[in-house]
Design a protein around this ligand. Structure first.
Ligand SMILES: [Zn+2]
Length: 321
């Protein structure tokens, strides 16, 4: 596996309301039932209360409603530059999103994401967009962002060392352990102790909908002992062996399935636990982008017409206070 590359480059509306029934806890004790929604001018932002309570921290996961982009006679908050939308719309959406977050003055740093394990350490905002899939900083007034429409956005904060990271983890990034490497960067650059780090795993495509080929599953199985727990087969309920497809040579005349279901959230949560994060410090949002298209964007379901969600984390300009 390629080593992690690090390139050195150069308030407060706290109105939070419980999200309610939309979120159902399924697997983890710190599940999305504990998340809250922050509403401002038609924009809805998902947040974790534990992170929102840190005075110097800004964080949030965007959703679809609000904004100025038009699709199917609906105004939506598309936060990524796509072919179907104008640059002006996206910039205005980003402005409104930051304003709703109470962070209009922070400088947004978003990457040209390439499904890699490349991590950037930022001291200042780059003049040109950098290629990579995670960013870390301990500087004030930078807003680290990742764009997604199914992939897993992960925000990390070390409240003791006052450092943050934003990670984009699709299946390739997850396979390359990008979130583990981001934690490694925080340890190396800021002397973070993983036991102190809080992680928010935002909305992404769920294990209910994320179909991948068995060749993808095989790669995970070759690298992670616990990987069988992250996959599910399309099942009728009668199969004697739930992971029959694993050996790829089933007895009798039943061919192995071409596709299986992958739960990327479980995989990333397991990786975070594996490097020493406390279970109680990992907050997983269970909303599936493909199941909740009224609230989120799904590339799998919508294709190139899909909008982009933006997940951000940063230290306020007055972060020393
Ligand atoms: Zn789903």
């Amino acid at each position: 596996m390629a080593p992690t590359k690090t390139r050195k480059s150069k308030p407060k509306n706290r109105k939070l309301s419980p999200v309610g029934q939309t979120f159902q806890s399924v697997s983890s004790p710190r599940s999305s039932r504990e998340w809250v929604e922050r509403k401002s001018r038609g924009i809805r932002i998902l947040q974790v209360p534990t992170l929102a309570n840190i005075p110097w921290l800004i964080h949030g996961f965007s959703t679809k409603p609000g904004g100025v982009s038009n699709q199917d006679d609906e105004k939506i908050l598309n936060l990524g530059f796509t072919e179907w939308d104008t640059k002006e719309n996206v910039l205005e959406n980003r402005r409104r999103f930051q304003s709703a977050l109470g962070a209009p003055d922070l400088k947004l740093v978003s990457l040209k994401q390439i499904h890699s394990d490349v991590i950037h350490l930022f001291d200042t905002a780059p003049t040109e967009p950098c290629q990579g899939d995670a960013s870390v900083t301990n500087r004030l007034a930078l807003l680290l962002g990742v764009q997604t429409a199914d992939c897993v956005p992960i925000l990390l904060v070390d409240p003791k060392k006052r450092a943050v990271a934003a990670v984009h983890a699709g299946w390739r990034g997850t396979l390359a352990r990008i979130v583990v490497k981001a934690i490694g960067q925080m340890q190396m650059q800021f002397k973070s102790n993983p036991a102190d780090i809080l992680a928010a795993i935002g909305p992404s495509i769920g294990g209910c909908c994320y179909e991948v080929g068995t060749e993808v599953a095989t790669q995970f199985l070759s690298q992670f002992a616990e990987a069988p727990q992250w996959f599910a087969e399309f099942r009728t309920g009668d199969e004697p062996n739930p992971i029959q497809w694993l050996n790829m040579m089933p007895p009798g005349h039943q061919p192995p399935p071409k596709n299986v279901l992958l739960d990327l959230r479980k995989a990333n949560r397991a990786q975070l636990l594996g490097v020493g994060l406390r279970s109680s410090n990992i907050f997983v949002n269970d909303l599936c982008t493909a199941c909740h298209r009224d609230l989120l964007f799904s590339y799998r379901k919508e294709g190139p017409q899909s909008g982009r969600l933006l997940s951000v984390i940063g230290i306020r300009s007055e972060g020393n206070l």
